[in-house]
Design a protein around this ligand. Structure first.
Ligand code: SAM
Length: 259
């Protein structure tokens, strides 16, 4: 339900909060009419919306890297009891709060980095982790932290990917000499490192291929339930035994924090 704001007022406030990455329609007003990806992310969502539960009544949702709030709003529309959107960018959070206000949606938005999710002290039925992994210098740490602290059941994941869409089975082990050829296969997990910039964005650090997204998710303790399009995975959190040499860690920075 859209609250009583005139289109002119919505336009004026949306423009003041711009530029927007989420091109949403709020009370008939487009937040990013000239978006380089068009009707984004709605056009993307259409390709995988069907793998999510249509009814989230009573469920809790954490939207990590919520940006302008598109996925938070969509999950609220599916009836979620509680939706928390987090992002470390205040400008995007202001957009998300405005979008929720216009839509009359009761959603909480909080400034928090994915690296600090332990501070929430809460697990969620559905964690949305869309379009964030490749912006992180430490992507596997983030997945480990999501698994350890906030994922309760489902994880909706997306990453920008480059390279092949093929996903080959990964052997449990391989011979040092005879197994070397597997690394050159297009369906072997590969994480491309971006030293400088890609698409003018200095926060694009990594570009996994599809096999790598899948492998990182499995390695962090998520089983893959659905793979509706190349970049998107619906996963389930598995209770896995994390070996002592693995798992999420922060390096000690001072003598006081050293353990
Ligand atoms: C490409 S946008 C994706 C937005 C949205 N999730 C989607 O899929 O359309 C990446 C978002 O992640 C946020 N982000 C980047 N690094 C983050 C971090 N360490 N913690 C939380 N949010 C982060 C950015 O501010 C931005 O809003």
């Amino acid at each position: 339900m859209t609250i009583g704001m005139t289109p002119d007022e919505i336009r004026r406030r949306a423009d003041a909060l711009g530029p927007w990455f989420h091109n949403m329609e709020l009370g008939g007003v487009r937040t990013a009419p000239g978006h380089f990806l068009g009707d984004y992310p709605a056009v993307k969502f259409k390709g995988f919306a069907h793998v999510l539960p249509a009814d989230l009544t009573g469920k809790t949702v954490l939207d990590i890297g919520c940006n302008g709030g598109f996925y938070s709003l969509e999950m609220k529309r599916r009836g979620a009891a509680r939706v928390l959107g987090i992002d470390f960018d205040e400008d995007y959070l202001a957009q998300a709060r405005f979008a929720a206000e216009v839509e009359g949606a009761d959603i909480e938005f909080r400034k928090l980095s994915v690296y600090d999710v332990a501070a929430l002290g809460e697990r969620f039925d559905l964690v949305v982790f869309m379009g964030v992994l490749y912006h992180l210098r430490h992507p596997l740490l983030a997945l480990d932290l999501v698994h350890e602290h906030v994922a309760g059941d489902l994880l909706l994941f997306q990453s920008m990917q480059r390279g092949s869409d093929a996903i080959d089975p990964v052997p449990e082990n391989a011979d040092f000499f005879d197994g070397a050829a597997m690394f050159d296969g297009p369906g072997y997990p590969k994480l491309h490192f971006i030293e400088h910039r890609y698409a003018d964005d200095p926060t694009n650090w990594w570009a996994p291929n599809a096999a790598c997204s899948a492998a990182m998710l499995r390695s962090a303790g998520f089983s893959i339930l659905a793979h509706p399009e190349s970049e998107v995975f619906l996963c389930r959190r598995e209770a896995v035994e994390i070996p002592p040499w693995s798992g999420a860690v922060y390096p000690a920075t001072t003598k006081e924090t050293a353990r």
